[in-house]
Ligand binder design. Sequence first.
Ligand SMILES: Cc1cc2nc3c(=O)[nH]c(=O)nc-3n(C[C@H](O)[C@H](O)[C@H](O)COP(=O)(O)OP(=O)(O)OC[C@H]3O[C@@H](n4cnc5c(N)ncnc54)[C@H](O)[C@@H]3O)c2cc1C
Length: 428
Amino acid sequence: MAWDFSTEPDFQKKLDWMRDFVRTEVFPLETLDLDWDQLRTAIAPLQDEVRANDLWAAHLDPELGGQGFGQVKLGLMQEILGSTPYGPLVFGCQAPDSGNCEILAAVGTPEQKRRWLDPLLAGEYYSSFALTEPDNAGADPTNLTTTAVRDGDEWLLNGHKWFISNAATADFVIVVAVTDPDAERHRRTSQFIVPIDAPGLEVIRDIGSVENPRPRPNTYGSHCEVVLRDVRVDDTALLGNPGDGFLIAQKRLGPGRIHHCMRWIGQASRAFDMMCERATYRYAHGSVLADKQTIRTFIADSAAEIQALRLMTLHAAWRIDEEGTSAARKDIALIKFFGAKILHDVIDRAVQVHGSLGYSADLPLESMYRAARAARLYDGPDEVHRDSVARQYLKGYTRPAEDRPTEHIPTRREAARRKFADLLAEQP
Ligand SMILES: Cc1cc2nc3c(=O)[nH]c(=O)nc-3n(C[C@H](O)[C@H](O)[C@H](O)COP(=O)(O)OP(=O)(O)OC[C@H]3O[C@@H](n4cnc5c(N)ncnc54)[C@H](O)[C@@H]3O)c2cc1C
């Protein structure tokens, strides 16, 4: 199938507007230590402007107030938005809300959509997604131990979750819990919408992390520890059918990984720009850094890596648009671990080129570097994606006859001698 690299001129105009808007209106917010209430106040007029430009919540279909752009266009948008931590928030497509919107849009009842999706889309509500548990390997979500047990007409939820992004500022959490421990591995869990103030749900703390060692209360970007003790919800909280938890989670993750990678490209490109700019004037040992071979290698390697990741990611996005998420599984797993490494490596080189300034908090490289480390873990650690890629490639291979490599030259030579026996017989 042909792959068209061009961007429609009308859409390119939108991208150009976004790039300019993000630089002039959103970048400055990074430099202020705003709490969640201040941040919401600051971004409200920007969000209105985004709506007026028909770019709000672009990940959703038009009937839900989105633009129905498809993954390639969304990817190109995320590349611009991801260059700053608040970009997606200003455009109404921040994780995990964007994924939660997709879940609610795909499997929510009309009542669930009215109650939770509409305010989420309007930017009135914010949400979290609670899958990972401190006592079980999040890399294998079939091991979950949070339970939802039937109790009359209700469900009783008990469990311990952690690293639940944005739970400190969320209005509701989508909780993944085991509803049938005896079912087949992928049919054990279900997803429930739980209001953040539900009795028994406690956000214990915003966990200090590499990204944010000493989190302040009521700030955007928390990763929280959450306990559920006899939290009661009724059937209106259940998403899809009992047992659909894993299936729904898979739906959410495919396009989400495209968006992660495109946001990483936005970050890596920003680091790349800083690295090149610094190289033009920093003078050491008789020349500017731009004249040093090692620095030029940093620049060339980074450019090649960013370009490769961009093409791979857009290709995966294009496959989703053309053939659906499951057809693109291998491509999505490839970019997830490949992209996380490139993000890290490019920022790391940019830090190196800036020396102590790069290491300092006087440049955004420092926080970008810390945030980049998490990319190798969230939405599945590198190893799991590598494993998935290798497994899918290996499906195309079978054990050769007599365990001898197909390319074994002496064996092929024997066959070739037989095939060309006449020709060889004619030779003197
Ligand atoms: C910044 C950040 C935000 C997050 N936000 C959320 C959120 O909003 N909601 C949520 O539910 N979770 C969230 N998470 C959790 C994240 O999804 C998990 O960290 C991830 O799934 C890994 O699970 P784990 O931490 O339990 O590590 P484990 O599953 O214990 O894995 C640890 C390590 O074991 C190794 N490993 C695991 N499996 C294999 C394998 N098959 N082969 C080889 N090695 C393997 C890998 O090296 C892996 O890094 C977030 C995490 C981070 C860092």
